[in-house]
Design a protein around this ligand. Structure first.
Ligand SMILES: NC(=O)N[C@@H](CC(=O)O)C(=O)O
Ligand SMILES: [Zn+2]
Ligand SMILES: [Zn+2]
Length: 425
């Protein structure tokens, strides 16, 4: 195993120091380190962050390997500064059995670019009718702890209650895609001024808020852990704020795109901006940013949702919802929160690792800690070029935008997955 000596790096914004990485861990830190056998990485001007952790990634394997595979998605993640991702269950077949989650987990190990932690489905086939084999997935080699029907809401309150109760036995989490389906029938975008003007059927904020309100009450009633996926409205933030104040065991995520883009993008009729939940308003963005800063929203998760060209480059009404996220998330966070490295480390690494229970991730580089970290050049700016992304899909909403920050290197247990801004394998 090669040793790496990272020179003059600012660890989470602190004064520059050196990091010696050996045998998979951070062996030593301090100014002026030497190690004759180590490969030197000049990190002058770079910031070291604990490797980013994504609680919400769609890797599309098995079933839609034309849009993404575990390997291509893992490479995109490493290039985005991630060392661990949680793979959503809406694959084909659905990850609703021990067999499928173990397959995804094994594919992640084989790719070896990030730790891939499968999420299991809550209900069989995501159909919302019968609980999936949650216990068998938890006991499998994949050791599933997070369950989600993401893409679909667990709309039946009785089923949601049973799921919350079931996972309590092993401190599991139900991650809810909060969307009251009766309120979003035929919905194409956020319900508001823009949808009225464009004549597109709206997806009202209350469809999200009503489910979150119900679910925090259910989680409180049974004392279980609830995680709310892709929170997108100011009203949801207020429901979460009240629930957290009462001590409900609820955590929540926001995506980079909901922190930056508004429903006005729909005016282009470019389906790259079609996503669930839909892009909202400036008022919502302001509330989401404030909630992320004050902790009502715990984490940024990408909801990386690759789609094949034929599913995205078509008429708005027929396009699938979802956008890429892994290779641009940190840049958006820097754009929104500037160089608040502690906040970025907290919301993109430490807290998601803790929620998912991923040992060895989300820990700041220090002696004895597993070397899962990423080096960022905060001064660099780059133009997003869809064809240059490692993802197998092209549906980034940031095409040709100039974004701040560049990932220079990523290390997974001491082995580089990215060096000089390029994937190592
Ligand atoms: N976010 C999306 O618009 N799409 C996701 C599903 C989801 O996250 O709900 C997908 O799987 O494509
Ligand atoms: Zn979702
Ligand atoms: Zn999703």
């Amino acid at each position: 195993m090669t040793a790496y000596l990272i020179k003059n790096v600012s660890v989470v914004g602190a004064a520059p120091t050196d990091l010696l990485i050996r045998d998979g861990v951070v062996a030593e830190t301090g100014a002026g380190l030497t190690a004759p056998d180590a490969t030197v990485v000049d990190a002058t001007g770079l910031v070291a962050l604990p490797g980013l952790v994504d609680l919400h990634t769609h890797l599309r394997e098995p079933g839609r390997e034309d849009a993404e595979t575990v390997e291509t998605g893992s490479r995109a993640a490493a290039l985005g500064g991630y060392t661990a991702v949680c793979a959503m269950a809406n694959t084909s077949p659905v990850a609703d059995t021990a067999g499928v989650v173990e397959q995804v987990w094994r594919l992640g190990r084989e790719a070896g670019l990030v730790d891939v932690q499968p999420i299991g489905a809550v209900t069989v086939g995501l159909a919302g009718e019968h609980l999936a084999e949650l216990g068998a997935m938890a006991d499998s080699a994949a050791r599933v702890r997070i369950f989600s029907d993401d893409g679909h809401c667990v709309a039946d309150p009785k089923l949601m209650r049973r799921a919350l109760e079931y996972v309590k036995a092993f401190d599991g989490i139900i991650a809810q895609h909060a969307e009251e389906p009766r309120l979003t029938e035929g919905a194409q975008m956020h319900e508001g001024e823009v949808s009225t003007r464009l004549g597109l059927t709206g997806w009202p904020a209350v469809a999200e808020e009503a489910i979150i309100a119900r679910d925090v009450l259910l989680a409180e009633h049974v004392g279980s852990r609830l995680h709310v996926c892709h929170v997108s409205t100011a009203g949801s933030v207020e429901v979460l704020r009240q629930a957290k104040a009462r001590g409900v065991r609820v955590t929540a995520e926001v995506t980079p795109h909901h922190l930056l883009l508004t429903d006005a993008r729909a005016e282009t009729y470019d389906p790259v901006f079609k996503v669930n939940p839909p892009l909202r308003t400036e008022t919502d963005i302001a509330a989401l940013r404030a909630a992320l800063a004050d902790g009502v929203i715990d984490i940024i998760a990408t909801d990386h949702a690759p789609h094949a060209v034929e599913d995205k480059e078509c008429e708005w009404a027929y396009a699938r919802p979802g956008m890429l996220g892994l290779e641009t998330a940190l840049s958006i966070a820097i754009d929104v929160f500037g160089g608040d490295w502690d906040l970025i480390a907290e919301r993109m690494s430490r807290t998601p690792a803790r929620i998912a229970g991923l040992d060895g991730h989300g820990v700041d580089p220090a002696p004895g800690v597993p070397a899962n970290l990423t080096l960022v050049d905060p001064a660099a700016r780059r133009v997003v070029e869809p064809a240059e992304l490692a993802s197998r899909s092209r549906n980034t909403p940031y095409a040709r935008m100039t974004l701040p920050g560049r990932i220079v290197a990523t290390f997974l247990r001491g082995e580089p997955t990215v060096l000089d801004g390029k994937a190592v394998k």
